[in-house]
Design a protein around this ligand. Structure first.
Ligand SMILES: [Zn+2]
Length: 342
């Protein structure tokens, strides 16, 4: 299984982050890439650089207005007297029923769900290369690879059609799924990140061709708070094509694998031709976010279980933060998945 990753993905280095209103260092650090690369190498995965795929695959899941915002907002922000070094919103439209403003400050509130996704000079470029890693992995699977790993960073699953949030700007998992749709009639996205994949759910909410399934810590007291509940099932033609499996805080391997079995029932009934795994490693018991208690051997079993679906699989990196076992957890997952596939 190949790993796709570009050096440019390291340049985005967000500083600002608020936790319960308090300033903290931003946990989505470039160093995550070093740890994840080490984990992929330890699993025997060769590292390859993706090609520049242009805006096409990104524009297939995001609005032109939003992409224009991501590309230019940093430069515009620098012209505001006394503005912060990074773009951080301080006002949000209620339910977004109002008009689209011309102001950089107004647009920041319109396109950014929270303060966890500050935009700097390198954000746009790093995000594009992150998305291109996902495109490259999806194309490798379409060309016949049983699986491919996109070391995406910045991550993507909290990004909606036109909103950034939770460290995410371009929804890499959605981009990969949309690329797979070129040859697959039905694609399933299985999100195993600690946090609900709200952006991915939002992008495909009204569509029956992409099934979205997410396992995550119960949002009733956990980010992203407003999405991830079991009664969110899709809408219109997409009704029944979204499945949320919230887990009680601190759930461990047994509860996670049980929920995974429920996810597989739905995925098998959907009969997809390809699978995207939104791989967060932050469900780990030692992750700084501390929401769930999956162990390192647990990630291996999750990988094995996913391989048991027998589907062409694109793995897209989502969360998973700096802790001693971050590399090992990726190695465990990839080895579990690849071992079963051979
Ligand atoms: Zn997460």
């Amino acid at each position: 299984m190949k790993t796709y990753y570009a050096e440019e993905q390291k340049r985005h280095d967000p500083k600002a982050f608020l936790s319960s209103g308090a300033q903290q260092p931003n946990p989505e650090k470039p160093e995550r890439i070093e740890r994840l690369l080490a984990g992929a190498k330890a699993a025997g995965s060769p590292i390859e650089r993706p090609r520049n795929h242009g805006l096409g695959p990104v524009a297939a899941v995001h609005t032109p207005e939003y992409l224009d915002f991501l590309e230019h907002i940093f430069e515009r922000w620098q012209r505001i007297e006394g503005a912060s070094a990074e773009v951080i919103p301080n006002i949000h439209p209620i339910a977004r029923a109002g008009s689209y403003p011309a102001s950089a400050v107004g647009q920041a509130g319109y396109h950014m769900a929270d303060t966890a996704c500050p935009i700097s000079a390198e954000t746009w470029n790093s995000s594009l290369w992150s998305a291109w890693s996902a495109v490259e992995a999806a194309e490798a699977v379409m060309a016949g690879a049983s699986s491919a790993y996109a070391l995406c960073r910045p991550p993507g699953h909290h990004a909606f059609v036109d909103v950034a949030g939770g460290f995410c700007f371009i929804n890499n998992s959605a981009v990969a799924a949309q690329v797979l749709r070129r040859s697959a009639a039905r694609v399933a996205i299985l999100d195993v990140d600690l946090h609900h994949g709200n952006g991915t759910q939002g992008i495909f909410y009204a569509r029956p061709d992409v099934l979205t399934v997410s396992l995550h810590a119960d949002p009733v007291r956990f980010y992203p708070f407003f999405w991830g509940y079991a009664d969110e099932r899709g809408e219109g033609a997409g009704l029944g094509y979204n499945l949320n499996l919230p887990l009680p805080r601190k759930s461990g391997d047994a509860a996670f694998l049980e929920a995974l079995a429920t996810a597989f029932q739905r995925i098998r009934a959907f009969a997809p031709e390809a699978l995207v795994v939104a791989l967060g490693l932050d469900a780990f018991e030692g992750d700084p976010f501390g929401g769930l208690s999956v162990t390192t051997p647990g990630f291996s079993r999750i990988g094995e279980a996913i391989a048991g679906l027998g589907l062409p699989t694109v793995i897209v990196q989502e969360g998973g933060y700096l802790c001693d076992a971050l590399s090992d957890n990726l190695t465990a997952f990839l080895t579990g998945l690849g071992g079963k596939q051979r």
